[in-house]
Design a protein around this ligand. Sequence first.
Ligand SMILES: [Zn+2]
Length: 375
Amino acid sequence: MALNRTHKWWILAGSLILLLGIIYVVKPEWLDFILRPSQRTIYERSFKERPEDLKTWEALTSIAFSDNIAINKPYSSYVVNESNAHASGYTIPIQYGEQLVVTIASDDKKHWILELRDGNHKLLEDARLKEGVLYATYTPESSQNLRVILQGKINQSAAGFLKIYTQPTYRFPVAGKGNHDIQSFWGAPRGGGSRSHEGNDIFAPKKHPVVAISYGSIYSIRNRGLGGKQVWVEDYDTGLLHYYAHLDSWSVYEDQMVWPGDTIGFIGNTGNAATTPPHLHFGIYKNGKAVDPKPFIWKITVPENSVQLKYSTKARAMGIAANLRETPDSNAGILQDLKRQEVIVLGNSGNWYQVRTSSGMTGYAHKSVLELIAD
Ligand SMILES: [Zn+2]
């Protein structure tokens, strides 16, 4: 049977698929621009000829994945990747409205794998280089625990400063004001206890400007009910509605596009705020339901670099109240008494060494209870 047109196309398509298949097996990096593999996947290719190293690496990966350092405030540490390659894993509770930010400033940025994952280890974000630091950020669409996985590549030496902190999604809605001007929070009783406060009250002088907090459009302008003079802004990216109430006046019109920082109106005490000092009632609505706006706007100070303590790859506990703690804090929970154990040193946060015991438990020991063992 002669080859007709359809047959020729099938043969061509089949050959192309076969070729891509061969490339994927022999030279997978040629397809990276399409498949966008993670930094981990790219690194693990280098173990093709070194099965022993692959085993070591996989053991470190499982340590990092099961490691569970609970971070509940801005955190910074000095991290070291030496003969015992660095592997650590952190859990950070993120509220809806916050974004997680993780950075490593290191001279050897290519020697680290830094990832954000969800509670089921699913990769959410791979760190990339930004302004000279390794940088990863993630904004979840509901409150949840996120994971930070940090691993140093094996047989590579590197050190640097790690920072883990959150940032609000938005700028502050009242020009020049900040956290301490919020004087009534989500959930406070209202109407003699018949309802609960579905926003934040931000106090400022009458006629002080209130501003757009994201790119968006003016969804509606009203003068009615409890809110009095009010402006609703629809966030262009997320569809969330931002509610500005008790205004003295507005300076926008419906359907107008606004940029972050654009003045929307001016502080007042219209609606049921007639007898209270002027303030902005600020709310955020998702699918018609109010959510706590505080995490979206609450300003967080980026932590400073940690101090850099003297380092060696190993240390020994000195046996007197040598407690291994959950976080670098003398009030933190005690994981175990190290007694005279030898531990691996991963770095330090403030005056606390981050160490790992031979049984694989990670925690913090104060510098005063450890003696470094010379390398
Ligand atoms: Zn209010």
